[in-house]
Design a protein around this ligand. Structure first.
Ligand SMILES: [Cu+2]
Length: 131
């Protein structure tokens, strides 16, 4: 989870992780909650009007059977908004993930300083081929 210490906007942050699905059926991360945030959403980066923006990911984040989903600053992430406290490197934040099969997982997420912050909110335009 990205620290808010030193950030311009300390009311929100994001969590990044790798999810592994050892099962034989794909599964979706459908929601998340944390006591430090008023609202937790699952976000994706999407191209809108020629620039990358983040938006709520409809239907959740799929973890394919026997594979992984990587939540990273340039892609899908867990967005924490309405933070009730500042987060500094070294802090640990409880995060509960809920999945489409009804299971939930309680995590303790370490807070780290992220140098990718600018990339996350203001991604450098990269040339893309038009289909
Ligand atoms: Cu976001």
């Amino acid at each position: 989870m990205r620290a808010t210490a030193g950030a311009k906007d300390t009311s929100m942050t994001a969590a990044f992780m790798s999810l592994t699905n050892p099962g034989s059926a794909s599964i979706k991360l459908t929601s998340a909650t944390s006591p430090v945030a008023g609202i937790v959403q699952l976000h994706e980066m999407a191209m809108k009007d020629g620039k990358m923006v983040m938006q709520e990911k409809a239907g959740g984040i799929t973890v394919p059977a026997g594979s992984h989903a990587h939540l990273a600053p340039s892609g899908d992430h867990v967005m924490l908004m309405g933070l009730k406290q500042g987060l500094k490197p070294g802090d640990e934040v409880p995060l509960t993930l809920k999945f489409s099969d009804g299971s939930s997982h309680d995590l303790t997420v370490p807070v780290k300083a992220f140098t990718e912050e600018e990339e996350h909110y203001h991604p450098t335009p990269t040339p893309t081929s038009t289909p």
